[in-house]
Ligand binder design. Structure first.
Ligand SMILES: [Zn+2]
Length: 374
């Protein structure tokens, strides 16, 4: 199978570090609100990658986190007059409701930042002792220059300077926070405070999957700073690259803008009031995962029609096969082997159904791999 690696900007043959096992880390949600269609897209696309790897015979170990320490969680807790753990607990439960409704396979293990605080503090200490981190004012910063600088995923760091220089009080514009001292924070051996975002995923990944993982998945908005900073921390800790294949999905746009930058969000459960879950999956998978996807009811309706057409044909299809069936199955698999081209794979099944060709096997593969129940 070919996979597009963000690091090399190329499609590469997928070869996991162990022959039949794939170790994957996926950046999970910050649990302060319901999941929106941006989440639906990222997790549906990832779910298909996982299903396809299983189809190919791999054993997939999938670790996913919940960011349950974040200012947005604290703010909501203050507003509602409840504890932050009540907020994160609530939205973790809601997350599972939405993901189950979307037929998304569960991870091997879900981790929470609050469970890894002492481990995070340990690596902060390690980085301080080895000269990769320094204290400045109320924060401990990671020293980007000392670690060799950016470049794992982004080639032109100057593009990002505008966002970075807004943070004041550090020695260099790109250095990022590993620990913020705060009396209201969590107790630790270095003092009360909060962990920085980037360190958490490195710790949760390494604690569960070891020093090298095969695939790290996330939305493309996480490339910088999150994933670039993760890769620097990991390199400083173990002296080498910790991710073999970086994979990133495109964004969902509302009227041409990224959803988090727009005033409104479209929640998954709002769409599921009007569209069945298989149709939502069909719409998401009708576009290649790396491209941006514009939200459009018209496109959802088109996906619904396609879904009904395939479903009708599948109900009529028998077990008998001929050479055409095998050809179509081969084409479906070739599309999936080409950096998970679900857009093409759906077209293949659509054409098969239009021609009323027999062969239930193709529909079964479609259901298993794309997770769209017929
Ligand atoms: Zn992450």
């Amino acid at each position: 199978m070919l996979i597009f690696n963000t690091r090399t900007q190329n499609k590469e043959e997928f070869i996991p570090s162990e022959p039949s096992k794939v170790k994957i880390y996926v950046c999970g949600p910050t649990v302060y609100d319901l999941c929106h269609i941006g989440h639906a897209r990222s997790y549906v696309c990832f779910d298909v990658l996982k299903r396809y790897l299983i189809e190919l015979g791999y054993r997939v170990v999938h670790i996913q986190n919940f960011t349950d320490i974040d200012d947005k969680i604290f703010e909501r807790a203050r507003r509602e007059g409840v504890s932050s753990s009540e907020i994160s607990e609530r939205y973790i439960n809601e997350y599972f409701k939405d993901m189950d409704a979307l037929n998304i396979m569960r991870a091997s293990k879900y981790t929470r930042v609050t469970e890894y605080l002492q481990k995070i503090v340990e690596i902060v200490e390690k980085l301080l002792n080895s000269g990769y981190a320094y204290r400045y004012g109320n924060e401990i910063y990671f020293d980007v220059e000392a670690s060799g600088g950016f470049g794992e995923l982004i080639k032109n760091v100057e593009e990002f300077i505008v966002d970075s220089i807004k943070v004041e009080g550090k020695r260099k514009p790109f250095d990022f926070v590993l620990w913020k001292f705060d009396e209201n924070g969590f107790n630790s051996k270095i003092g009360r405070g909060f962990p920085g975002w980037h360190a958490e995923c490195v710790v949760m990944s390494m604690e569960n999957l070891g020093n090298e993982i095969d695939i790290h998945w996330g939305g493309k908005d996480l490339i910088y700073p999150h994933h670039e900073c993760e890769s620097l921390i990991a390199k400083a800790l173990v002296g080498k690259r910790f991710v073999k294949y970086w994979m990133h999905n495109g964004l969902v746009l509302l009227e041409g803008r990224k959803m988090s930058k727009s005033s409104s969000k479209i929640y998954i459960r709002e769409i599921l009031k009007y569209y069945p879950a298989p149709v939502l999956r069909m719409w998401i998978l009708s576009k290649h995962y790396r491209r941006d996807l514009s939200f459009s009811e018209e496109d959802l309706n088109t996906a619904w029609k396609k879904y009904e057409k395939i479903k009708r044909a599948a109900k009529k299809a028998g077990d008998e096969e001929n050479s055409k069936t095998k050809e179509y199955i081969q084409e479906f698999l070739s599309a999936m082997n080409d950096d998970m081209n679900t857009e093409k794979a759906i077209e293949v099944v659509e054409e098969f159904s239009e021609k009323n060709l027999h062969g239930l096997r193709l529909y079964k593969i479609f259901e298993r791999v794309l997770g769209i129940e017929l």
